[in-house]
Write a protein that binds this ligand. Sequence first.
Ligand SMILES: [Zn+2]
Length: 735
Amino acid sequence: MPKQLNGLRLAAVLVCALALAVSLAACAQQGQAPSSASAAAESSASVQAEASTSAQAEAVSSSQAEASSGAEAQAALYGSPWVASVFTGNLPEAAPEAADDLYLHYNYDFAASHQEDPYASPRYETQGELQAAVTKTIKDTSIESAELEQLRIFYNQAADIEAREAAGAEELKPYLKAVSETQSLSELEELLLSESFPFSPWIDTTVSAIDMKSNMSVAIMPHMLFTNEESDPIIYQDAPDETTQAAYDVMKSQPMNFVAGDLMLVSLAEDVEQGLEMATRMFELEKQYGKEDNPSQYLHAEYGAQAEAVKALSLDELEAACPNYPLRETLAKLGEGKTDSVIVMYPAWLSSFNSVWTEENFELLRAMTEVKVLRECADFIAPSFYTATRARMGTEDLDADESAYAACDRKETFTQLLAKTYVEQHLGDQVSSNLDKLTNELIDSYIELIGETSWLNEQSRENVIDKIDNMALNVLHPDGGYYDYSELRLTPSEEGGTLLGNYLALKAYNDAQEAKLVGQPARASATWLYARPTTQNCYYDAISNSMNIFPGYITSASYSESMSTEELLAGIGFTIGHEISHAFDYTGSQFNAFGEPTAVFTEEDAQAFVEKREALASYYASFEIMPGSHVDGTLKSAEATADLCGMQVILERARAIEGFDYEKLYGSFANSWAVVYAPAYMDILNIDAHPLNHQRVNVNSQMFEEFYATYGVREGNTMYLAPENRLALWGENSN
Ligand SMILES: [Zn+2]
């Protein structure tokens, strides 16, 4: 759901590349709105948003209906069983009845008023709330704390555009020069390992645990040039058809353009054309190991195969898996060489990476090293360096506050403190405790549903309940808490401190905080160390068996004191229910309560679950988005099953509430998914793991009796499904 990680993952989106989010049920919500992320951190979310303007988008734009006017336009509307009203130019003349199209019944006015304004949604509109609230706190110096003092030093240096322009990139240049002067792979390796070179451009590390009964150890992953933890590695895959390839190309175009810009900045390319040509060669090289690093391959893999996705290797085994690259020495340099074992997700990339780290590729690897260092530091040098690149992408320069916020909202800098500040100073204890209460009520409703589910045998039922009982509920607060920055000492400008110098100091501080966790008991919020909890996102992680609601997700669109119980259940309640259910989806159910690769379903029940998932996938596959274009039901199945469970659990909870107003629930539910896209975006959405919003609203509503009773839906209505065709995963109606 709302996983906006998406980008990255489209597949969860996630996400989920939430690095270690193995499990990752990324629930990013489809199609993020354009973000103000910095050049260095362009997420694919913004890549997608750019699709509406870029030339490439035109190329992918399918033959959308050329809606003219009147009856002709009406006849040209596409989508079945429901008009694909999430796209502009495809709106009937009047709002349908709820019994025929619940989504459009409630969102007609929103859609009609945003026909000229695609990429709009009430949720996207609140995306800047955390940033605005935190910026206000930073500027309000009457709010004092040792941590805020450090944040203010850094923020003010980043907001001082004049000083940054005057400094240019002089402080960074010696590092880039050192890279460009290497003449062989061994010289490059020597530089990468030297203490005076404060970057690790090829390998990212974080701390994680192989399961929740273990201690924390170091986790490694390749540092990618064309994706980041929030954008989708799907772009490295070989597309099954031309339409999908065109969608991948759109997602790829933005990082490609930034890399071309970087190459011009470091004088490795003379113009854009040459830069793009070189970027393409870099992409091809990265693709060789990038496509191994992708959770989507497990979508079709045999049940149980997910156990192979995460490995704990000894340092000797790690070295043997990738002998060409000095991994052991890299860990030692990062202060993380004392780990007993190293966790590797999707370990196939190790041998592929090994095969590209060769003298033969030296010049390309050296150029990529320069670009990676430059991009890492892009938020800390003169903003004007990226003006030309941004202009080419149709993106405006950031103003001083946006630029300062972007510098602070990085995992290497202050993203954790921004999230913590938002929770403490803006949301307050009451919101946290209300959301905790709601989460626990939904957990109880799940347990009731599981108890009524007769297709589960005793063993599976016990495992499922055990998993729910042991689930970490990281709602606004990571278990183990946020990092403590009170010991950090940045150097203010008056004392000669610089933005880049302070960035490097902060990065070292964060690395030291992580290193301290190695050897400590497993922590269910380990993935928060790799992600930015400031993003409008939520996810479930199977290794830590944790349900995570990031502070960035809680905006006025998802929570306010004035919301009724119905509105809360329809919005954040549905999201929480959706995330919890990822513990039992095709991927999540392959791990037990402690993240060990032991399936929660017995073999027989796993088969029953797969049949249910397939029935839902087939139902989605019967939908036409436009004539001849069907939904990929299998791709959508994990998110579709999570949606179905999310709806089922909020209805289960509603049953326990006297005088519950179902009309209010359905109206809020439909409204929470209101969105308008340009049709050019359709191909991108088709490769996203989440169903289209109007389908999410309508399918999940029509599966349960409450909807029929509320709106008097009967045979002949488009929303009608015969009782024997209604699908449910849990409860007494699930057989
Ligand atoms: Zn999801």
